[in-house]
Design a protein around this ligand. Structure first.
Ligand SMILES: [Zn+2]
Length: 475
């Protein structure tokens, strides 16, 4: 029996997770993520699916983040006929995130076409024929709904004849899982393969800790922070208190750019906890992102994914606690925040300050030293978020230059990914059974040091997956 895995994304990089397990010609896809990077390359890599989706028997989705789910509308548009197995929370979350992504693709194409048309007009030419199509639309995203096949954590299910899968909690975002595959072989021992999905961290607010992997012969593990150690999450609340005090002292507003799913809910949780303890008088807090509102609703609909502390916290009768938090939906409401009195907190997307409502809030606040910008997430190179984090004196927003006079505070402890110590710890108990560790979902600056470290720890066979390559597990 031949068993192999081919990597169509998130190999030597972090985005576009798509891994195909092939057992004697039966193909199971694990994750179907969107590639994110430079605009042109992203368009090319996302526009068509790298293999014929009709040849995929079924697929398993580890969690709803777009770099793991964002290419589902393309997979389905191109003829995939199987099930998308995932947890219930992941299915609910993916549905809203894919619609949001479809909307972004439509607006993106509109924007590009507008630019092309106005360029043609300036040159005195006719409207160009080669207008771009969105990579996918909201309608394409909606077409995915009936393909989801939700399963419970720990429930074993058949993903193909002779191949079972079990999902366990990964503590990364709500509904996140690692997938444990068992392949039955007549007259031989079963082969067990684990797909890590994104590994979470213990002691994170709201979510349960990652469940240890079961014994297996092969594991594909993420390596996003294979060469980094995070600050403890426990220190973040105290740091946030200091930021709130500083905002009050300055008398301005606190702007927090945050991803709508995961990070925003964590920040809200910490703020609620600080305000309900009475340590600081509550500051009106506005969550300015329609996607955040929808995602937060999904969180509340899935108490089966929460840890004990969160459940207890939610049960506590404390109606005042929520009255301080407001969700902003329409653009007009968002603009109206401008004229509201300080102090206030605005939590808004995008997380890296590249698009969306954050730009409007920054434009109005960066020049006033009374305000504070709090960076709570990863800021990629060449993004506005990175420039603010570096406290560059002059920054550009919507093509116009602004002086950065507001205070800037960076908090590094919020990451939802396990760090180097976390990854090593997650594999520690598997040394006896593992035949191979395959590193995926990491830049080489992270996966190479992790490979060395794992070898130092006694793991004998550690391999970094290469994009578009195949690793044969058994033949
Ligand atoms: Zn993720």
């Amino acid at each position: 029996m031949s068993i192999s895995i081919t990597f169509y994304g998130a190999a030597q990089g972090v985005t576009g997770s798509r891994h195909v397990l092939d057992v004697d010609g039966t193909k199971i896809l694990f994750d179907c993520g969107m590639f994110q990077g430079r605009r042109q390359e992203s368009r090319e890599r996302n526009s068509a699916f790298p293999i014929d989706p009709k040849t995929i028997y079924n697929m398993v989705l580890t969690h709803a983040h777009i770099d793991h789910s964002g290419a589902l509308p393309i997979l389905i548009r191109e003829g995939f006929e199987g099930h998308i197995y995932c947890t219930r929370a992941t299915a609910d979350l993916a549905k809203i995130m894919l619609r949001d992504s479809g909307n972004i693709q439509e607006r993106d194409a509109e924007h590009l076409n507008k630019k092309r048309k106005s360029h043609a007009r300036k040159e005195g030419k006719k409207t160009p024929k080669n207008l771009v199509e969105p990579i996918y639309t909201v309608k394409d995203a909606e077409a995915c709904d009936s393909f989801f096949f939700p399963v419970s954590y720990d429930q074993e299910f058949d993903v193909a004849p002779g191949i079972t899968v079990q999902l366990t909690d990964q503590g990364h975002i709500i509904g996140s899982a690692s997938a444990h595959v068992t392949i039955k072989r007549p007259g031989k021992k079963d082969v067990r393969v684990v797909f890590s999905g994104d590994l979470g961290r213990p002691n994170m607010p709201i979510l349960r800790d990652p469940v240890p992997y079961p014994p297996c012969e092969y594991i594909l593990t993420e390596s996003t922070y294979g060469d980094r150690l995070h600050e403890p999450i426990g220190d973040m609340e105290a740091q946030l208190v200091e930021v709130l005090k500083e905002t009050k002292k300055r008398g301005g507003r606190l702007i927090i750019p945050a991803f709508s799913v995961g990070r925003t809910q964590n920040i809200i949780y910490f703020l609620q906890s600080i305000f309900s303890r009475g340590e600081i008088e509550p500051i009106p807090t506005y969550v300015d992102s329609p996607l955040s509102k929808k995602a937060t609703k999904v969180y509340f609909n899935h108490p089966e994914c929460f840890d004990k502390e969160t459940l207890a916290f939610l049960k506590k009768e404390d109606e005042d606690r929520m009255s301080n938090f407001h969700y902003v939906e329409s653009v007009d409401e968002s603009k109206a925040l401008n004229d509201m009195p300080n102090p206030m907190i605005i939590i808004t997307s995008s997380g890296m300050c590249e698009a969306g409502r954050i730009l409007h809030h920054l434009k109005r606040t960066v020049e006033d030293p009374k305000n504070v910008i709090c960076i709570v997430g990863y800021m990629a190179e060449h993004t506005l978020g990175r420039r603010i984090r570096k406290k560059e004196k002059n920054i550009r927003i919507f093509g116009q230059e602004y002086e950065l006079n507001a205070g800037v505070v960076t908090m590094n402890g919020f990451s939802a990914h396990g760090d180097q110590a976390g990854i090593i710890h997650s594999l520690e108990h598997l040394k006896d059974t593992l035949k191979k560790v395959i590193l995926i979902h990491g830049e080489e600056t992270q996966s190479l040091p992790l490979k060395e470290k794992l070898e130092d720890e006694g793991h004998k066979n550690v391999e970094i997956a290469k994009l578009f390559s195949t690793i044969v597990l058994e033949d």
